[in-house]
Design a protein around this ligand. Structure first.
Ligand SMILES: [Fe+2]
Ligand SMILES: [Fe+2]
Length: 421
């Protein structure tokens, strides 16, 4: 059983968090009112910090390995102090952003249970934000001579963030329908799991203690996402519900690249490992994530296969899926577009290694060319519109992407320099 104690943050920030909730998540009241009906066996949600146990009293990785974990932020030297603060700030921003996102399409949930599942996810994300506030608020040494009150500045900035100003791109994208709630809980919350798992060893002890209870709650988010995704895909395959399989595929294409980018540049991440904040570099963690996403898509495809060929044994279904995906041909009456695909890691990237970002890669990872040259940014945008959800390509975030894409190619390292080191 997971062991932890509960605590609250100072009344000033507790109140600020409650105010934030009233403005951004008023539906919490409905969730609490009907909690027992939907989640009877689970203790009722409470806005508290949960302080778990350390797996180890000493730093496990990096240059301080073997030394005692740090209890007070002020004991961290400049770069380490600000790197820790950056991770806490980004983590908290993702929690708050996801509530603002989920809320936008809450009313399109496919049924009441699904709506309450999303409400519970939102409530738990609120608690996660509260947890990050606890990390900053309970330790007075975040106020450091010569550096100002870093905790106060960070918490106030976080409370004022909205869709568009969150730290990571994935948390600025607006949801347009329940398909977003579903695919996001599947692919984006999964990145959260990787981060939290790695951060269980965090050398600044209060952060490490925060991870196990958060991780437990994330299990529900990912589980819900996968359940929704499977349900929506199967409904689409049967011609039921509001979404086609192409809609589902486009949503996957939209979210997966942003999930990959949440790990940070896949060629970096050594600093966080050196400071004992994480166990893996960005690239290692991202590869494992990509593999897990591949398995999720495969599981969903197996569910689809049961619609097309209900009596096909599992191993045969698996082989058939693999064959259709590889050849892109109709096999046993199943068309390639009747399955789902995980895009290549190079597709639609805006952050990461230079040779990948803003390059016109298609969903299969092929560089799109014309007359032997990569296609222009405008042509790439036209391509993207053919594989991404319509409401998304009409959104502010996609406009931002297009602007950055153009700017990138106006620089000397532009597209036609591609491949020349
Ligand atoms: Fe969370
Ligand atoms: Fe989550």
């Amino acid at each position: 059983m997971l062991k932890y104690t509960t605590t609250r943050i100072s009344p000033k920030y507790h109140q600020a968090m409650v105010q934030w909730q009233k403005k951004n998540f008023p539906e919490l009241d409905v969730l609490l009112k009907y909690w027992d009906k939907y989640f009877g066996r689970i203790p009722k949600f409470e806005l508290v910090a949960k302080v778990g146990e350390l797996k180890s009293d000493v730093v496990e990785t990096g240059k301080y390995a073997g030394q005692k974990k740090i209890e007070r932020a002020g004991e961290m030297s400049g770069n380490m102090f600000y790197t820790a603060r950056g991770i806490i700030r980004a983590q908290c921003s993702t929690e708050l952003g996801s509530i603002q996102q989920h809320r936008l399409s809450l009313d399109t949930a496919i049924n009441e249970q699904a709506r309450f599942d999303v409400l519970r996810i939102m409530a738990e994300e609120l608690r996660h934000a509260y947890q990050m506030f606890w990390v900053l608020d309970h330790d007075p040494s975040w106020k450091k001579p010569g550096h100002g009150d870093v905790a106060k500045e960070t918490m106030e900035e976080l409370l004022s963030m909205d869709l568009g100003t969150h730290v990571l791109d994935a948390f600025n994208i607006e949801f347009h329908s329940f398909l977003d709630n579903a695919v996001y809980a599947t692919l984006i919350d999964l990145v959260g799991k990787y981060q939290l798992e790695m951060q269980q060893i965090f050398s600044y002890a209060p952060m490490a203690r925060s991870m196990p209870p958060m991780l437990g709650e994330e299990g529900f988010h990912m589980g819900s996402g996968r359940r929704f995704l499977k349900e929506l895909a199967v409904m689409a395959a049967r011609g039921e519900g509001a979404y086609s399989l192409d809609d589902v595929q486009r949503a996957v294409n939209q979210w997966y690249p942003r999930g990959l980018e949440m790990f940070g540049n896949e060629k970096g991440g050594e600093t966080a490992v050196a400071f004992g904040f994480k166990t893996k570099t960005n690239g290692q963690a991202q590869s494992e994530y990509a593999e897990e996403c591949r398995r999720i898509v495969e599981t969903t495809n197996l569910a689809l296969m049961r619609v097309y060929h209900p009596n096909l044994p599992m191993d045969e279904a698996r082989r058939l899926i693999e064959e259709i995906q590889r050849t892109r041909e109709v096999k046993r009456g199943v068309k390639p577009e009747q399955l789902l695909y995980l895009p290549d890691r190079k597709f639609f990237r805006a952050r990461g290694p230079e040779e990948v970002i803003f390059q016109p890669y298609d969903v299969d990872g092929r560089l799109l060319t014309q007359h032997g040259k990569p296609i222009s940014p405008d042509e790439y945008v036209t391509y993207l519109k053919s594989v991404l959800p319509e409401p998304y390509v009409a959104s502010r975030e996609f406009a931002k992407y297009q602007k950055r894409l153009k700017e990138w190619h106006e620089q000397p390292h532009g597209i036609y320099g591609f491949g020349l080191n």
